[in-house]
Write a protein that binds this ligand. Structure first.
Ligand code: SAM
Length: 216
């Protein structure tokens, strides 16, 4: 019997609220045999056939399970917050698929609205001219230092607490009164946009779901 190769869709789900889901994302999940994602991501969809929900600890195992289901001939949607290509699961899924000899041409990326885009929109920033940096899940925080004073706005996904990132910049010679906007829980009902200075942000508490927009 010839085994059919399945298909993997890596689906961007936007920053969190259902109004930022694309129709393409909704239609793709609807026609998939399996949908893999965090509980929060899966809950955004009304029409899901088989759910494989994960928490952060189980992420890799569940992604592997999803890829195996596609190897077995299923159509699998893998959900990624924001856009899959910006600090999302894209590279991880590509790596697992390659390990399992799942063909790249059977993988399709469905873009989503990134939290970066929504932060830029909230701050009225033309982000094509900004320093866009992500430190999420990385410890390369010092990479921000060569660009922070290059005259452009810096939009950053912090690697640690926002207050620690602000303190790191102050400790490394960035002026305390530098203007910074923290965009927290974008698109959710409790969204907060805080316009402040590095000094005040270093003294404030935020959740992990934040983007920092640092003025030139
Ligand atoms: C794993 S990264 C995913 C980024 C995602 N791929 C994107 O394009 O927005 C998770 C980080 O993105 C940022 N983030 C995601 N959703 C957010 C939201 N609704 N509001 C603010 N920041 C958000 C936070 O910094 C969070 O820690």
């Amino acid at each position: 019997m010839i085994k059919m190769t399945g298909k993997i869709y890596i689906v961007g789900i936007g920053p969190g609220a259902s109004e930022y889901l694309t129709k393409k994302a909704i239609d793709t999940v609807k026609m998939s045999n399996y949908t893999v994602g965090s509980t929060r991501a899966i809950e955004l969809f009304d029409d899901v056939q088989n759910k494989l929900a994960f928490n952060v600890k189980e992420l890799l195992d569940t992604l592997e399970k999803g890829v195996r289901l596609a190897v077995d001939g299923n159509v699998v949607s893998i959900l990624s917050t924001g856009d899959p290509g910006f600090s999302g699961v894209l590279n991880t899924v590509l790596r697992i698929s390659e390990e399992k000899n799942f063909p790249k041409e059977n993988i399709e990326v469905i873009p989503g609205i990134s939290s970066l885009q929504l932060a830029a929109a909230r701050c009225h920033i033309q982000w094509d001219n900004a320093n866009v940096m992500t430190f999420h899940g990385r410890e390369n925080i010092e990479d921000i230092l060569p660009v922070i004073n290059n005259g452009k706005t810096t939009i950053a996904l912090p690697s640690r607490k926002v207050k620690d990132m602000a303190q790191f910049l102050i400790d490394n010679g960035v002026k305390k009164d530098r203007k910074v906007t923290v965009c927290e829980r974008l698109s959710y009902p409790d969204e907060r946009i805080v316009n402040s200075t590095l000094y005040d942000i270093a003294e404030s508490e935020f959740t992990y779901m934040c983007i920092m927009v640092i003025d030139p």
